[in-house]
Design a protein around this ligand. Structure first.
Ligand code: MN
Length: 263
């Protein structure tokens, strides 16, 4: 808790210059975790290192805390809740140590549906704890569950108590609109922009709610797992979709990050 306000200030300072942003990357799942951290930091890509289990928190926190551009997020991945749902108590214990939370959320895909009731129970708890603490920023997974994810956010995490970034959002246009009205941001990766629905999705997302992500190593760039610097390609696609220059798009995304971190 003690170091959090200072870190927030320095994060905003970092977002003051036009840097690339990877707001959702699993750096701890790469073979050489310390190396990918220093590569992202050297390249000045503001990177949110999301985690899938609270047991990974300490090491993520330790390796990122002295970097300028990489921040760790405390997660409990919905796809793992069937096995490690009981780690919610550890997640709660670490929550005061960070402003960033993720990956959390819901997954109603066929492989994870059997844990869906427990996922909902835990997601509710996550949102309520974040609301109690205040000022958290969450990276949220919503596979086949956009409506219920938004229902839960609306019920348990008022916009005044925390911010939500929807990661790899694949809900409908009307769900995207609803999320915008609720104050959510969207972190967009290149793979999302390959499908033919991407234009209608982007049309429903105002440019000031857009962030970029890789979700590495779960996406590929040039036949290898994506790294934070690969968001440059995503920015290029977005700048074409929003019809603004590439450098203006970079500036827009850092401005969005700044707003997210400040307000
Ligand atoms: Mn992920």
């Amino acid at each position: 808790m003690v170091s959090q306000p200072n870190q927030t200030e320095s994060d905003i300072t970092v977002a003051n210059s036009d840097n690339l942003v990877d707001f959702h990357c699993h750096l701890d799942l790469y073979p050489d975790f310390p190396l990918v951290i220093s590569e992202a930091n050297d390249a000045k890509v503001f990177t949110l290192a999301v985690t899938t289990t609270p047991r990974a928190w300490k090491r993520n926190q330790e390796l990122t805390k002295d970097t300028q551009y990489v921040r760790a997020a405390l997660g409990l991945h919905p796809q793992l809740i069937g096995e490690i749902g009981n780690e919610i108590s550890l997640w709660e214990e670490y929550l005061p140590e960070t402003r960033y939370v993720g990956e959390v959320g819901l997954d109603a895909g066929p492989r994870f549906y059997k844990s869906f009731d427990l996922q909902k129970q835990i997601f509710q708890q996550v949102l309520q704890r974040c609301a109690e603490h205040g000022d958290k920023i969450l990276s949220v997974h919503s596979v086949r569950s956009a409506k219920i994810v938004l229902d839960y956010i609306e019920s348990y995490l008022p916009a005044s108590r925390g911010k939500v970034v929807l990661h790899w959002f694949t809900g409908s246009s009307s769900e995207a609109k609803r999320a915008v009205e609720m104050g959510c941001y969207f972190s967009i990766n290149t793979q999302m922009l390959h499908g033919k629905n991407h234009k209608s999705l982007i049309k429903n997302i105002p440019i000031d709610r857009v962030l970029t992500e890789t979700d590495g190593p779960f996406t590929q760039t040039e036949n290898r797992p994506s790294k934070p610097t690969d968001v440059a390609a995503t920015v290029e696609i977005l700048s074409a979709l929003y019809e603004i220059g590439n450098q203006d798009m970079v500036g827009q995304i850092t401005a969005n990050l700044r707003t997210l971190l400040t307000n």
